[in-house]
Write a new protein. Structure first.
Length: 415
């Protein structure tokens, strides 16, 4: 399919593809088994300027937006979603700073994230607070010119490898969801330490850690956006970041299918390649169709988002205001429904395709020395993080109902 990508966007795909095929593929099994973080690959991604493809040139980025991030993530994930996740994890830290950070915060943190000099993480989950983020127990108390942070966060992708974190705390527990605030926290801050490292089914080379805060003091200038508006930060971030997860899922599905097609062409049974069997061809056809449908939805949503994000970002930089405020001034819509749709559709596709690929490869597909079982293990998390697919369907349903109610009110007024 021709998605009318620009020359720069095609260059991103080719550059990410070169790293994926030449650098990542040969070592992906090793890093999956050892659970070590692939610093050597991170350095290659830094040299290629892949970490900043979606960030403005003013902050050291390439000047792209969501589509550029998606293209990079998809291509890297065709080789290994765990290794490619490092760029996505950093973007999940950079996006809220870009959207809700004031000019000083943007200048302070985005250039290092754009260059990959520093990696970033985003953490909202707690042991007793997952899909229900409003029930968090971690607190931030303002004392003079600083906040004091206490509590535990878990399932933080990137963990110890990151240097910059966007983390959520309750600044007023009595207000519930209206008492949650977002903060930028730097590694090495006294009172900030790491707890348990998780052992995971997939994306094993990207570490997932528990974050521990014990009377951790940070300057009040590290508050992101406004006190009590943390859920706005989280939702605004997810509206733009969930397509990144969708791209990761799409890459996983494509990578698994590529390996499966090659194997079924070579594997012979009853004297002929198994790819010649009609049953096999039907499964391959279904996988390819589901992947292309997912790609079409994802790219179209990303392009539509960027028509809002890019002009708002330039307006915010020029006028010294928040990108979030600039988007509102320009009448940008919320992309909650569409971002949830692509996340659901692409991640469900990844799980279905990788499961079928294991089946098509037969016994070898179940073995660790063949890559499709890894694609299947990696695919599962895309249905879970940044909001489970059940939560995404809740979001889609609620937005559909709101849109229908708004349309009914307009019709009533017109009548």
């Amino acid at each position: 399919m021709d998605y009318e990508l620009t020359e720069t966007q095609l260059d991103i795909i080719n550059l990410a593809g070169e790293i994926a095929d030449k650098k990542i593929k040969p070592v992906r099994a090793k890093y999956d088994a050892s659970e070590e973080f692939p610093w050597e690959i991170i350095e290659e991604m830094r040299k290629a300027d892949l970490f900043g493809v979606y960030l403005p040139e003013e902050y050291g980025g390439l000047g792209g937006a969501n589509l550029e991030l998606i293209l990079m993530s998809e291509r890297l994930s065709q080789a290994c979603a765990g290794i490619g996740l490092s760029a996505l994890t950093s973007s999940l830290c950079a996006i809220p700073i870009l959207l809700f950070g004031n000019p000083d915060q943007r200048k302070r943190y985005l250039p290092d994230l754009a260059s990959g000099k520093k990696l970033g993480s985003f953490c909202i989950t707690e042991p007793a607070s997952g899909s229900d983020a409003t029930s968090m127990g971690a607190t931030a108390t303002l004392e003079g010119d600083h906040y004091v942070l206490n509590g535990v966060k878990n399932f933080c992708s990137g963990g110890k490898t990151s240097e910059t974190y966007v983390v959520f705390f309750s600044t007023n527990p009595s207000k519930g969801p209206r008492g949650i605030s977002a903060f930028i926290i730097e590694k090495g801050t006294p009172g900030f330490s790491f707890g348990k490292k998780e052992e995971k089914m997939g994306i094993r080379c990207n570490p997932t850690y528990e974050l521990v805060f014990e009377n951790c003091q940070i300057p009040k200038e590290n508050l992101l956006y406004k006190e009590g508006r943390g859920l706005h930060v989280a939702q605004g971030t997810f509206d733009l970041s969930r397509p990144g997860v969708a791209a990761q899922a799409l890459g996983i599905a494509q990578g698994a299918l590529n390996e499966t097609i090659e194997y079924t062409r070579q594997r012979k049974q009853f004297g002929v390649p198994v790819s010649s069997f009609q049953a096999m061809q039907h499964m391959l056809a279904d996988c390819a169709t589901q992947i292309e449908a997912s790609r079409a939805l994802l790219y179209s949503v990303a392009k539509a988002m960027d028509k809002d994000v890019i002009p708002a970002t330039q307006k915010a930089i020029k006028e010294g205001i928040l990108v979030y405020d600039a988007m509102k001034k320009l009448g940008a819509k919320r992309w909650t429904k569409e971002s949830a749709m692509v996340k659901v559709f692409c991640s469900d596709t990844a799980m279905k395709v990788t499961t079928d690929c294991v089946q098509m490869c037969g016994g070898i597909g179940y073995m660790r020395d063949f890559p499709v079982e890894k694609f299947m293990r990696d695919a599962k998390i895309t249905q879970i993080y940044e909001g489970t697919n059940q939560v995404q369907r809740n979001e889609i349903g609620m937005m559909l109902i709101k849109e229908a109610a708004s349309a009914a009110r307009r019709e009533a007024v017109a009548a």
